[in-house]
Design a protein around this ligand. Structure first.
Ligand SMILES: [Zn+2]
Length: 120
């Protein structure tokens, strides 16, 4: 996965890890899903992840995500996961959307106990 997509995926994985819903593991939990405004407000975190992954470009794209770009990244990440792990893994691993436009929220449905973030 290229650094920009990996950065966004790591961002969502981190949000899932940070979810503190009472439900153990929070599999299928959508409380930790974020809408575009919240994702945009956390842009600095995404940019930071991107830079740590070796990303260098300036303000465009992943470093200043617009709504349409976010949607596009989410679908490209989904394709990357399908290519790497197969179509069935997509169900578990991909970033999914919930809610009706324009109140779409994004997140990862995977149980947080199955997520481990390794940072260099
Ligand atoms: Zn959650």
């Amino acid at each position: 996965m290229i650094p920009s997509r990996l950065a966004l995926y790591a961002f969502f994985a981190g949000r899932k890890l940070a979810c503190r819903q009472v439900r153990a593991g929070c599999a299928g939990c959508m409380e930790c899903y974020l809408d575009y405004e919240h994702i945009s407000a956390a842009q600095a975190d995404i940019t930071d992840l991107y830079k740590r992954l070796g990303g260098t470009t300036g303000a465009k794209g992943i470093c200043a995500l617009e709504k349409e770009e976010l949607r596009s990244y989410v679908s490209k990440i989904r394709q990357d996961i399908a290519r790497a792990f197969g179509a069935t893994a997509v169900q578990q691993l991909a970033i999914t959307a919930t809610g009706e436009k324009p109140d779409t929220r994004y997140g990862i449905g995977l149980d947080r106990e199955k997520i481990k973030l390794i940072q260099r």
